[in-house]
Write a protein that binds this ligand. Structure first.
Ligand SMILES: O=C(CO)[C@H](O)[C@H](O)COP(=O)(O)O
Length: 220
């Protein structure tokens, strides 16, 4: 079953609790939370205080994507705030194995993230340790960007490693995912699709989630 993770980056922040409850009632599987530090990426967004504030508004897993230059410094705070999955960028981690262990020590699931131009080879040694690999399909920092087709090869490569070595990590794709681009991601082997504007930008969130989820089979 394909999982859909609405990215609250495109939600109405003035009514975030209600927005999250709406996508949960509309069939979402995870709530995707984008934390940006204005340094690793050119934008500032969400910190642990917001994660703590939204935690009581949903029973869904909070899937927290850290776009931070120094993720180690904030992992404990995000875990205590209520994150269920914490993902860090391979490009930001000098000691990736140590950072992944730090996440696991907090009792939450650990993910590693690749930017569009980062080769899959850079995460192969850590694949056996992670619960999720997040392949960015835009350059991180902003919602509403255009899907970069060149990442499809990375998704297929990740799926091939998973199959070859019997791993069970999720393959998540984030950025420019909509009803036009979802099928190619799923065909390549994605198991979780993050979508911000394609869900929160629609008045019928249930239909938006269903359309993305079923884009592979064509059954809406
Ligand atoms: O991580 C992100 C940006 O860094 C967002 O999750 C992503 O861009 C989702 O937005 P959209 O679906 O509108 O592209």
């Amino acid at each position: 079953m394909i999982k859909i993770a609405p990215s609250i980056l495109s939600a109405d922040f003035a009514k975030l609790g209600a927005e999250i409850q709406d996508v949960e009632a509309s069939g979402a599987d995870y709530i995707h939370v984008d934390a940006m530090d204005g340094h690793f990426v050119p934008n500032l967004t969400i910190g642990p205080l917001i994660v703590e504030a939204i935690r009581p508004h949903t029973t869904l897993p909070l899937d927290v994507h850290l776009m931070l230059s120094n993720p180690d410094q904030y992992i404990e705070a995000f875990a205590k705030a209520g994150a269920d999955i914490i993902s860090v960028h391979v490009e930001a981690c000098t000691h990736l194995h140590r950072t992944i262990q730090l996440i696991k020590q907090q009792g939450v699931k650990a993910g590693v993230v690749l930017n569009p131009a980062t080769p899959v080879q850079s995460v192969v040694p850590i694949l056996k340790d992670v619960d999720l690999v997040l392949q960015m399909s835009v350059n991180p920092g902003f919602g509403g960007q255009q899907f970069i087709e060149g990442v499809l090869g990375n998704i297929s490569e990740l799926a091939a490693y998973s199959k070859r070595d019997g791993y069970s990590f999720e393959i998540e794709v984030d950025g420019g995912v909509n009803t036009q681009t979802a099928k190619a991601c799923l065909d390549a082997g994605a198991t979780v699709l993050v979508a911000g504007s394609a869900i929160f930008g629609e008045s019928d969130r249930r239909k938006a989630i269903q359309d993305i989820r079923h884009s592979q089979s064509g059954t809406q």
